[in-house]
Design a protein around this ligand. Sequence first.
Ligand code: MG
Ligand code: ZN
Length: 216
Amino acid sequence: MAHNDAFAAQNRHWLSQRGVFAINLISSPGSGKTLLLERTLDQIKGTIPCAVIVGDVHTDHDARRLVGKGARVHQIETIHSCHLNAEQIGKVLPDLVQDGIKLLIIENVGNLVCPAAFDLGEHCKVALLSVTEGEDKPLKYPLLFSVAPVCLLTKIDLIPHLAWNENLCCANLRKIRPDAEILKISAMDGNGMDAWLHFLEYHALRAKSQKQNLGG
Ligand code: MG
Ligand code: ZN
């Protein structure tokens, strides 16, 4: 882990020096990371110069969903590993993150456990929790929800079809991280996208010297 942390510190320094704000999206498989990214790239095209790294155990399906949306995209196939590590990210940065890029979005391998423990050198971890997963994931996987300052509650368009309890879910999140910024969002119908895009724009387009780690 010390090995990984050293690479992560290098990555964060490299990104901060160039004025790039980097986020690390972490969730279980199927919570809607890639759809959110598709819609996000559509919306920030022409406003926030962006690069994307997508991690999956196998296939480049997600990267292929994201091409042609104005961002440079690189897929890492981890093959035997259920998380991305900082060394893998560091190898990709110089080619992928060209001058002028303001935002790097890393879509981690779908997994709620080890991606939370491996710092990639991002400035902010963003946890996704879909409403179909129930309310108690934050209690079952506290590490992720404690190190992510931002939590996106995704697929809210499905709420009418579920017995999902928003108050209970948010209370569970706040038990693990009292200051979590919780955003409800549906990439499918666009509800809640504004607050998410505002968050990205605010941090990505701030002056280079203000790029800072939002904290674990
Ligand atoms: Mg994906
Ligand atoms: Zn792992």
